[in-house]
Design a protein around this ligand. Structure first.
Ligand code: SD4
Length: 316
């Protein structure tokens, strides 16, 4: 049997992974499977940290970051702080075909998207605006830290021809400063993939993930022969300790990894959900919980899935 595989961050990726894994099973390319899978997440209004319905910055604008990398050619395309375009992942993928100007930000990214016919859309939903208003009120009344509510969708895939790719898409940190960019569109930090080894992608506090170039680090650990699980968990543990030693604290960090044999693994320093599919595993949601230096990985129960759905659609 020819192998293929897909892994993605967070529960929100399951419908996309289901779509993408069908394509991989049918022999389609990993790049197409990833783009289609990420578009599903971007378009779904109740996923509040990616694409349409993503949570806004402190000025109530939805600024999005996305990246795409091809493991065969090492081509990269990325956009950051882009506003009012429906599918940032497709813009990032298109940029990855270019020789120069592969990472565009803000007005430059918007102008490129406009000239290349990408669909414009106001990405701020009524629901996201209400959430923003509530948060502003809470911050004022309870003196809370505004930075919270994040979840990037990151997906890595290998197809039957053993080609690999990775894609990320996010609205970044809720209440971020205008123009703030996290790790998700930054090569080596938010994502990395090399057909000859494997790929990794990160979610969590971008400010900390970037300090350790963690996706590249995981790929290099796999290059030395570590399994995706050992590489990802080892990189997260070692770097979290390093951050604590030098700075007194470490942000939330979770990483998904897939090697070029289609084996997957994850690393995390907080409870984290992810989705995976291979020829022998139906697309599933898993819950990873760090306990005493180990990570427990369980399949999400039907009750968990029901409660999640109810929670994301609940009135605000
Ligand atoms: C960022 N890493 O912009 C992203 C946010 C995220 O789970 O993934 N949060 O820093």
């Amino acid at each position: 049997m020819k192998t293929w595989g897909m892994i993605a961050t967070w529960r929100m990726a399951i419908e996309g992974v289901t779509l993408g894994s069908e394509m991989l099973k049918n022999g389609e390319k990993c790049q197409d499977a990833l783009e289609k899978a990420v578009i599903f997440v971007e378009d779904y209004p109740f996923y509040k940290s990616v694409g349409y319905g993503g949570l806004p910055n402190e000025e109530c604008e939805v600024e999005l970051d996305a990246a795409f990398m091809d493991g065969k050619t090492l081509s990269i395309g990325a956009v950051a702080s882009i506003k009012d375009f429906k599918n940032p992942i497709s813009i990032a993928r298109k940029l990855s075909a270019d020789r120069y100007n592969i990472f565009l930000v803000g007005a430059g990214a918007e102008s490129y998207a406009h000239k290349n016919g990408f669909v414009r859309q106001n990405m701020l939903t009524e629901r996201a605006r209400k959430t923003w208003e509530l948060r502003v009120k809470e911050i004022r009344e309870k003196n809370l830290s505004p930075y919270d509510g994040h979840d990037t969708v990151c997906m890595i895939a290998i197809d039957q021809e053993k080609d690999m790719a990775v894609a990320t898409s996010t609205s970044g940190l809720f209440m971020k400063k205008k123009g703030r960019v996290g790790d998700s569109p930054v090569s080596g930090s938010g994502f990395y993939v090399d057909n000859e080894i494997g790929g990794a992608a990160a979610t969590g506090l971008g400010e900390d993930i970037m300090k350790g170039c963690l996706s590249y680090e995981v790929v290099q650990r796999m290059k030395k022969g570590e399994t995706p699980q050992k590489a990802a968990q080892g990189a997260v543990d070692d770097f979290s300790k390093e951050l604590i030693k030098r700075r007194g604290k470490a942000g939330e960090i979770s990483i998904v990894a897939l090697n070029n044999r289609g084996e997957w693994g994850i690393g995390t320093n907080v409870e984290f959900t992810f989705c995976a599919a291979t020829p022998t595993e139906q697309p599933k949601v898993y819950i990873a919980t760090p306990v005493n230096g180990e990570v427990k990985i369980e399949i999400a129960s039907e009750e968990y899935m029901r409660a999640y759905k109810e929670k994301i659609q609940r009135g605000i």
